[in-house]
Design a protein around this ligand. Structure first.
Ligand SMILES: NC(=O)c1ccc[n+]([C@@H]2O[C@H](COP(=O)([O-])OP(=O)(O)OC[C@H]3O[C@@H](n4cnc5c(N)ncnc54)[C@H](O)[C@@H]3O)[C@@H](O)[C@H]2O)c1
Ligand SMILES: [Zn+2]
Length: 372
């Protein structure tokens, strides 16, 4: 019925997940959720920001009673085992059985936490992802990683659990705060840089349409989501468990995560990653692995996307360096970097995409990036 009347603008598939882009949560997207749930009892999980805006109306349309709707307080600090316990207890107390399905409506925090709850609830029940932030649409909801943060670091307890369905409706981006939207654009920039000059050109040509004061242009947002989902899905399809090419998705992330941690998470993930890509481009240039134009290309692109080039609060190079050591990508104590050799080319592609970098090189690049 309505699914035919308003067909999704794109449909992809990854590890059994049907990914619908541009399907309205009012119509085709909702029909797809209903049919993927196959009559199973639905637990809707959201957060305190997204709940009233998007999860409650969707729950109403799907006929999910109040007792089967769960909300976590918004924010990364709540992506933890306490909230996982609260959520799974809530589902147990409400009598959800093995024949239930979780529908996660929110940004990456909700997607990761609700996905992990689904992965572990009664040894695993299906999850449907309804990402509502740009970052979740083009990154977090794609690829099957779920999990929670721990005091020892982010995402350290989790599971691979592919969703059965992902519905990305660009219309929900209208309510996303602009700073969060730009944070998502940082991941689009990363995807473009690891993919090709043509991809980077497309992103920059469409930056303005994404950054309109009244919210992103819907057609451009749909196209951007589709391109980025295709990029991430293609990488994940080649390497689900991150033994090789999936590491290229970590470009900018060793330094980015360190900046995020050194800011005590006052800086958003994408903001930190934008600076991380710039620093890592400078590292690659200094090591002779990248052409001397890469850092400048990152700088120009990050500026066009209105992303920061400098930390938003003071931090020393040594604080950033120290924070790289707790990164999950530290293998056997040594920190590995997924460096780009240029737009569309990764360094060390023949050697697992990981490059070890000395403390002195890291410090020098951070100092250089933070001072210019
Ligand atoms: N699983 C993965 O592969 C993967 C990949 C990348 C990131 N992540 C995780 O994703 C998380 C970051 O995701 P995020 O940036 O979406 O953060 P988030 O979930 O905290 O969302 C950002 C903010 O925007 C609000 N929000 C989301 N959608 C909204 C909408 N449509 N309207 C109004 N407000 C809205 C949220 O309530 C929150 O306050 C991190 O925990 C990160 O580790 C996971
Ligand atoms: Zn990221």
């Amino acid at each position: 019925m309505s699914e035919q009347a308003t067909p999704p603008s794109a449909e992809l598939s990854l590890h059994g997940a049907r990914i619908l882009i541009g399907a309205s949560l009012d119509m085709a997207g909702m029909d797809a959720i209903r049919s993927a749930a196959k009559g199973a009892r639905i637990a809707i999980v959201s957060d305190t920001n997204v709940g009233p805006l998007h999860a409650t109306p969707l729950a109403g349309r799907l006929g999910v009673p109040e007792s089967d709707r769960f909300q976590i307080a918004a924010g990364e600090v709540n992506k933890n085992r306490i909230e996982w316990t609260r959520l799974t207890n809530g589902m147990l107390n409400a009598g959800f059985g093995r024949d239930s399905v979780v529908v996660a409506v929110g940004g990456g925090v909700v997607g990761d936490l609700a996905g992990f709850a689904a992965a572990t609830y009664m040894r695993g029940i299906p999850v449907i992802q309804v990402p509502t932030s740009l970052l979740a649409m083009i990154d977090a909801a794609i690829g099957g990683k779920t999990g929670v943060d721990t005091p020892a670091g982010k995402n350290l307890v989790g599971a691979f659990h592919h969703p059965t369905l992902v519905v990305a409706d660009p219309a929900v981006l209208k309510t996303l705060p602009p700073r969060e939207l730009r944070s998502g654009l940082a991941e689009a920039l990363k995807h473009a840089i690891i993919t090709s000059q043509a991809e980077l050109d497309w992103l920059l040509a469409n930056a303005k349409a994404m950054l309109h004061a009244e919210g992103p242009d819907q057609a451009v947002a749909g196209a951007l989501i589709e391109r980025n989902v295709r990029i991430k899905a293609a990488v994940v399809a080649r390497d689900e468990k991150e033994s090789g090419v999936r590491k290229s998705l970590n470009f900018g992330h060793t330094i980015g995560h360190a900046i995020e941690a050194a800011s005590d998470y006052a800086m958003l993930h994408g903001e930190s990653i934008a600076i991380g890509m710039r620093v890592e481009a400078m590292i690659a240039e200094a090591l002779g692995l990248a052409a001397p134009t890469l850092a400048e290309q990152v700088t120009v692109a990050a500026s066009a996307l209105e992303l920061p080039l400098q930390p938003l609060l003071p931090m020393t190079a040594d604080a950033v360096l120290a924070a790289t050591r707790t990164d999950k990508k530290a293998r056997g104590g040594a920190v590995e970097y997924a460096l780009a050799a240029g737009v569309g080319t990764m360094a060390a592609a023949g050697a697992g995409y990981g490059t070890r970098v000395s403390d002195d090189e890291v410090r020098a690049a951070v100092v250089r990036a933070f001072s210019a």
